[in-house]
Design a protein around this ligand. Sequence first.
Ligand code: PEP
Length: 253
Amino acid sequence: MRTPMIAGNWKLHKTIAEATSLASELTAAVASNQNVEIVVAPVYTALSKVAETLAGSNVKLAAQNCYPEPQGAFTGEVSPLLLKDAGCEYVIIGHSERRQLFAETDESVNKKALALAEGGLGTIFCIGETLEERETGKMFDVLRQQVTAGLKNLTTEQMKTVVVAYEPVWAIGTGKVATDEQAQEVHSFIRGLLAELYDAQTAAATRILYGGSVKPGNVDGLMTQPDVDGALVGGASLKAEDFARIANFEPAA
Ligand code: PEP
């Protein structure tokens, strides 16, 4: 019942020309893939041009961040309204790089989640533990806190447009992917938590992506896990061939 999602986070990479060229290579490579929701998140400056390139394709557009106010005296910020205007259907929030490098907190992520829900945009809501938190037995508490505070006051109805991305910080950009079993263990925990915070139906319907060094060589195993509904991909989304192979994953029967 859950349509898999494969989302590419291009981070701070690609000029407008490079981004549109990657987008057009990608649309050609995934044109026949009708079973997966495929999303790419370029830098702000490339959004409108990439939107033009993606028009009529099965690849959707996302932004990597937003500011939770529609407009006003907020120099340097971009609102959900403007991202929608640029062609975005989703926005990534709470990425660990933003939490670590730009002081994002569960509270600021929550404001963004609420603003996106009100603005009619889909949310890719990232959570994940550090290696130290995992090794000292704090992982489940940390994840519980991130989910509870990050999604605070979102209604069951608003949860329909939220996708959770579990991204263990130690696996992002490190080449160290979680094992299939580690991913499944945490995804199943998150789904249980959503059932507790919302209800069984919401938990069963919410997509939970895995992120952290997903590559063409490990996606099939991850996607075979019952609670892994897709992937948020950084490095490997910068090459059309690799990202297309990830989007065209082949889970074991
Ligand atoms: C990410 O930044 O969301 C990510 C998962 O990066 P990578 O795939 O490079 O680990």
